[in-house]
Design a protein around this ligand. Structure first.
Ligand code: FAD
Length: 389
């Protein structure tokens, strides 16, 4: 595919840059008010608040190159905080499998970011092997509601979420991929309890969530009972594509080089050190290769195709690249990277390096661990057959 930017693309890039600079956060203003206004203005631009949504649902209907430009520019701009669960993950499922009533009911509040969602997939014993979900949903005798009991694990932002989309078990008699049902329900109700999990970097973003006799009306079920696995798999591919973060890595790599140039090494800087330089070069080459895969994925998305197994390549390479950047940042900071706390010691960039590095350990776990992505690539991209041994 041709990635030379045409005159129209260059002018689109200018328009995007202008929009970002005209709508920067004005220091001191109320953040949430600015955030709401930012999304409203982006919407008025013609669907810029939901760049990946199809035009039929109010998205901008951009070309792959325009999507690429947008991704590149968003990495450099400071945009309002936006969790991926509603707009990026649940919305495509509602569009593909939800009925019209559900689309009208949920999509507007997802789009305006009025309602925060969280993803209730993983459980203890059902992470990589997600089809093993045990959280039970039992249909009432009159067929009007499900009674949900069980628990979810590692639920990001459950403590801030208004609603959850949840995989539940409605039938345990057949193969485990059958009998999974996809339900939506509010978090603020009796029977839903959220407990924080503090992760390695010291932060609270994930939780355990417990359900005791939670009543969920049948109209909150997506698609058919027992077919949730099909919908869940579709969502995972959207999730994986979004986790690669390549444009963010391009910006982070530039920052890394700048930081390494600020570190004295012998008569020069760390960037003159052949060993360190080689690692940076290797990283840059891998990042370029991943970018081309992303462009291929964008090209197929522009024809309306759902993300395919290439989303596993992007997830795998993209998250490993993010980790390598964190690792090289810690390496550049040397002993100062070990400092923990509010005051920087030694090199100014080193503080926070270790926190970022530790937090990045999770990148190759969530959204499907790297080993699992390699399995998907072996099977669906390379066409390898599993050994019978
Ligand atoms: C920070 C963070 C945020 C998360 N947010 C969410 C969220 O919002 N919602 C949600 O539902 N889940 C979330 N998760 C859960 C995440 O999706 C799971 O942690 C992930 O799928 C791995 O499952 P597990 O933790 O049960 O590990 P396991 O599946 O037990 O895996 C343990 C190890 O075994 C390896 N392994 C497993 N199966 C295979 C195999 N077939 N072949 C080779 N190796 C294998 C894995 O790669 C891993 O190294 C989050 C996790 C983290 C760490």
């Amino acid at each position: 595919m041709d990635i030379e930017l045409s005159a129209e693309d260059l002018s689109f890039r200018e328009e995007v840059r202008q929009f970002f600079s005209d709508n920067e956060y004005p220091a001191g203003e109320d953040y949430m008010t600015w955030r709401t206004q930012w999304f409203e203005k982006a919407r008025q631009k013609g669907g810029w608040d939901v760049p990946k949504w199809p035009a039929d649902f109010g998205g901008p209907g951009w070309t792959p190159t325009q999507h690429y430009i947008w991704e590149q520019e968003t990495a450099r701009a400071s945009l309002p905080f936006d969790l991926p669960f509603g707009v990026g993950m649940l919305a495509p499922i509602l569009m593909a499998y939800g009925n019209e009533e559900q689309q009208h009911r949920f999509l507007p509040d997802i789009r305006s970011r009025k309602v925060n969602w969280c993803q209730g997939y993983s459980e203890a014993g059902a992470g990589s092997d997600l089809a093993n979900v045990k959280t039970k949903a039992v249909l009432s005798d009159d067929g009007t509601y499900y009674m949900v009991n069980g628990s979810k694990m590692w639920t990001t932002a459950a403590h801030m979420a208004d609603w959850i989309f949840c995989l539940t078990r409605t039938d345990a008699s057949g193969i485990k991929q059958k009998g999974i049902t996809f339900l939506l329900f509010p978090m603020q109700q009796d029977g839903v309890e959220v407990k924080p999990i503090i992760t390695l970097g010291g932060s609270h973003s994930v939780n355990s969530v417990y359900f005791t006799d939670v009543k969920v009306p049948v109209e909150n079920r997506i698609g058919e009972e027992g077919k949730g696995w099909t919908y869940a798999k579709g969502l995972l591919q959207h999730e994986r594509t979004g986790l690669a973060g390549l444009s963010g890595s391009l910006v982070a790599l530039e920052k890394l080089k700048e930081q390494a140039r600020s570190v004295t090494r012998g008569n020069g800087t760390l960037m003159d050190d052949p060993g360190y330089r080689a690692k940076v070069a290797e990283l840059e080459i891998d990042l370029m290769a991943a970018e081309y895969t992303e462009l291929r994925s964008l090209a197929s998305a522009s024809t309306g195709a759902a993300p395919g197994p290439e989303s596993s390549i992007l997830k795998l390479k993209g998250t490993e690249i993010q980790q390598r950047i964190q690792k090289l940042t810690v390496e550049a900071g040397g002993i100062y990277s070990a400092a923990w706390g509010s005051k920087p010691i030694g090199l100014p960039f080193a503080r926070g390096g270790m926190g970022g590095y530790l937090a990045s350990r999770a990148f190759t776990i969530y959204g499907g661990a790297s080993e699992v992505q390699r399995d998907v690539i072996a099977k669906n991209v390379l066409g390898l057959k599993r050994s019978s041994k």
